[in-house]
Structures are given as C-alpha cells and as structure tokens.
Design a protein around this ligand. Structure first.
Ligand code: TRP
Length: 379
C-alpha cells in the first residue's frame, strides 16, 4: 500500500479543488463573522461556477495556466477593511478555467455570470451593451472573464465581472475601453485618466450596490513614489502624500529618494471607477501594489500590511487571522500569500485597505523571489 500524498495541512492531495476552497472559505468566514450556512452557500456557488474544475483532485496539475494567481489556482480571496468596520470577505474566481481555449473560457464565464445574475435578480443590461467588445470571436490575452463575489451576510453577494480590454489586441485596448465607457454613458471617461503602460482589466459591478461602478485598471511600469502620488483623478481624492506613503511602505522603499523608490519588479496598477456624476471625472481611485514581488517572504509582506493598516487606523487582527486560516505554513516559508495590498478611495467614504490572499492550492512560492521585471505581457 502506498502512503497517501499529504500536504502541509495534512490534507490528502486527492481532495478536490472545490473541497479545498470550501475549507478555506469556512475558516475565512469565521474570521469575518459570516454564518457558517452563508459560507456554505457561497462555497456551493463557487463549486457550481467552476464546474469540472471544482471536482479535480489537487494531485493533478491546475486546470489551466490561469493568470489569476501565481500558482494558477483559479481562486483568490481578499479582505477589504475600513476603520471601525467588520472587514468584508471577497472571492475572485475564473469560471472558465477548465476550458481548452480562450473562446470557450469566455463563453463559460458569460454563461455562469448570467446564471448567477438570474438567480439573484441582478440586471445585466450594462453587460450586454459591451459584450462584443470583450468577447470577440478570436480573443487574445491572459484572461477572458473573471468573477468576484463580495460575501455579504444573508447569502446574496455583490457581484463583479472582470474583462480583458486587450481581447482584440493590446494595441486596441485603449480604444476598447473608450468605446465601453462611451456606451455606458462615460463619454469623456478615458480622457480623464492619467497616462499608463496598458489596460489590464475593465470591470463592472452587478447587483445591490449603492452606486455600481465601471472600473478601468491601468498598468504603470517602473512607477516611482512621486509618480504614484500624482495618479488619482477623482475630485477630493487622496492627498499625494498619502499615496506616496502607501507606495513607500508597501514597496519597502522607506525614505529613499523618489528615483530609487521604483516599483520595477512587478508593475503597480491603478483603478479608476466611474459612477453617475455630473463632472465626468472618476469618483474612485485605488492604488494596487503587488507586494509579493517586493518582499523576501510573507512575514515581511505581513509587516508591511501591519504598517499600512496602522497608518489608516484599521485593526489588522482579522488579516493576521485570515492568513493562518488559509494555510498552516509559516509566513517565512514563501512569498505570495499576500498577492497585493491596495488603498482605495471612494467619494464620501473613509479610505479602505484591501489585502489579496492567495489560495495556494497548488504551490507556495519559495522565498526570496525578487523576480526581474516581468516582460510586458501586452507588447
Ligand atoms: N494575478 C494577476 C496579477 O498579479 C491578477 C490579479 C489577481 C490581480 N488578483 C489581483 C490584480 C488583485 C490586481 C489586484 O496581476
């Protein structure tokens, strides 16, 4: 008899991805005080949405080389936190991850999205307006469609869909974003944004949002602290010093001069969100830092998170608990458990810090990666 193939947590690797993720979700649900019945319902939605990928045992390779996470797990968690509030738990996943090609991947995603929207009665008119732009007949790039759920108490999530502006080629991504914004009523949207090195994602909110957003993500290669401080375009947005502090803290640049404080390993991203406003300017701004590329290990990433949470006057305990909820491994034994740290500003609300937490269903990335700048995926 051969010994079972066990992982760090003592799980048999013949366990399926769906069951593995459900266990992680249960633990994370506990951290944010979700009722176990709600968490269970969300885990079923996830398993149903991933289809055959959820049934796949972990001792097989990932269902595809998903760009969603470094080890190609088609699932990622995040904890979004505001001062004095219970953090909200979110789940990002790729419904089409088991498809053989990007066309089927996108079609599967689209079908799952409509099924979920139908179940909860969410309008999809906005989506249907832009379908042809993001799901062309011969799509390109590293994703077709991702979904995210904000796991609210009560079992009805808020839903977000992420699409690829470069689906018809990186050189037309700007035009695609412009056209999508135009169709959604934000004619001048694109011209309000700062210059960038590409358009990694376009996203829409679906469901019960106070103000559903259309979101444009921008990629910034070799961003400096001074550069980061100038990227918001929202009225009454974050002060430049706030963005600069966040950038320096997460990147581990300390007080070094701006030109030496350069995010040159993995690019920083910004997200500019549009809701109905008279100004035509974005009403939200988020700076996303891929902290995993700027640390030797997750112990360091956690320290950066502690500092950022302190700066924003947010209790970091839920994040600390969430990290040990998803994995029994020591933080020092890998880099990438915290994939990104993000600082979000929305009009009229206290700033929010979001930590993106990897599932690591397949592998934890070894320490001291300090990878060279990733070749631009869009050129
Ligand atoms: N893995 C991809 C990246 O690193 C996409 C991604 C996953 C992402 N989670 C994210 C991008 C959170 C920004 C923020 O870019």
């Amino acid at each position: 008899m051969t010994a079972p193939d066990l992982d760090l947590a003592g799980h048999d690797r013949s366990m399926t991805l769906g069951v593995f993720a459900e266990n992680q979700l249960q633990q994370l649900g506990d951290v944010v005080g979700l009722a176990p019945s709600d968490t269970k319902a969300y885990a079923s939605v996830l398993a149903e949405s991933l289809g055959s990928a959820a049934q796949r045992p972990l001792n097989l390779p990932p269902p595809s080389r998903s760009f969603l996470s470094d080890d190609h797990t088609p699932i990622e968690f995040s904890l979004s936190c505001r001062p004095g509030e219970t953090p909200s738990l979110r789940l990002l996943f790729e419904p089409g991850c088991a498809a053989d090609n990007l066309v089927d991947n996108g079609r599967t995603g689209w079908r799952v999205l409509h099924t979920l929207a139908g179940r909860w009665g969410f309008g999809v008119r906005q989506l249907d307006l832009i379908e042809d732009l993001f799901l062309p007949t011969a799509p390109q790039g590293s994703l077709a469609l991702w979904l995210a759920m904000e796991l609210r108490p009560g079992g009805v999530p808020r839903l977000k869909v992420y699409l690829n502006p470069a689906a018809s080629g990186a050189h037309t991504a700007g035009a695609t974003v412009h056209e999508a914004l135009r169709r959604l009523g934000y004619e001048q949207g694109l011209s309000a944004l700062p210059s960038s090195d590409g358009y990694p994602f376009f996203a829409l909110d679906l469901g019960d949002w106070a103000a559903p957003r259309a979101k444009v993500y921008l990629r910034h290669e070799n961003l400096t602290a001074a550069g980061a401080s100038r990227l918001s375009r929202m009225p009454d947005g974050p002060r430049p010093a706030v963005l600069e502090d966040f950038f320096r803290t997460v990147g581990g640049f300390g007080r070094a001069p701006s030109e030496e404080s350069r995010a040159d390993r993995l690019p920083a991203l910004t997200c500019h969100s549009f809701t109905e406003t008279a100004t035509g300017l974005p009403s939200g701004f988020t700076l996303h830092m891929p902290v995993r590329a700027y640390v030797r290990h997750d112990g360091e990433a956690h320290e950066r998170a502690v500092a950022v949470f302190e700066q924003q006057d947010i209790d970091v305990t839920p994040l600390t608990r969430a990290l040990s909820a998803v994995t029994p491994r020591r933080l020092e034994d890998g880099a990438g458990l915290i994939a990104y740290l993000a600082l979000a500003h929305e009009q009229g609300q206290a700033p929010r810090v979001t930590a993106y937490i990897s599932s690591e269903a397949y592998t934890a990335h070894p320490t001291i990666p300090l990878r060279p700048t990733q070749a631009a995926t869009s050129s």
